[in-house]
Design a protein around this ligand. Structure first.
Ligand SMILES: [Zn+2]
Length: 138
């Protein structure tokens, strides 16, 4: 892919088509001052269509969030216009304060101070459950 437009930054590549916006929101990229580009439905030989996110700044990205939304994504780190690191993503065992439990009776819905923690319970099907009430995420 063309990374010429980025000098220092991060490219999240091979995002399953349709997951780009979700990742954009969960990573809080809309709050950044730097330029962020989302390319939707780019053609990719390997997976057909894919989304790509380009972040034109060297910011810390929460790789757990990327692994949760799309474990097939890859992260490319660009420095001085050169690809310096390419890393594969894995599904994290735990997700802390990324998503919120939907169960209105869950302790996290009543108590403001509690961390929202989800645990990976089924790696094959990408299933996360709230550690307090076991409600499924998504
Ligand atoms: Zn819960």
């Amino acid at each position: 892919m063309n990374i010429d437009s980025i000098t220092n930054g991060i490219v999240i590549d091979h995002i399953t088509a349709g997951n780009g916006m979700k990742l954009y929101e969960l990573l809080g990229l809309g709050e950044l001052e730097c330029s962020v580009a989302i390319i939707k439905n780019a053609s990719s030989g390997k997976i057909g269509k894919k989304d790509i996110i380009k972040i034109d700044a060297d910011i810390p990205v929460n790789f757990d969030v990327v692994g949760f939304v799309d474990p097939n994504a890859t992260i490319n780190i660009i420095k001085d216009g050169v690809l310096v690191e390419k890393r594969n993503i894995e599904m994290p065992e735990h997700l802390v304060n990324v998503i919120k439990c939907k169960n209105p009776r869950c302790i996290t819905s009543c108590e403001q101070e509690i961390d929202h923690i989800f645990k990976l319970t089924d790696r094959e099907h990408n299933v996360y459950r709230c550690i307090y009430c076991e409600t499924k995420a998504n």
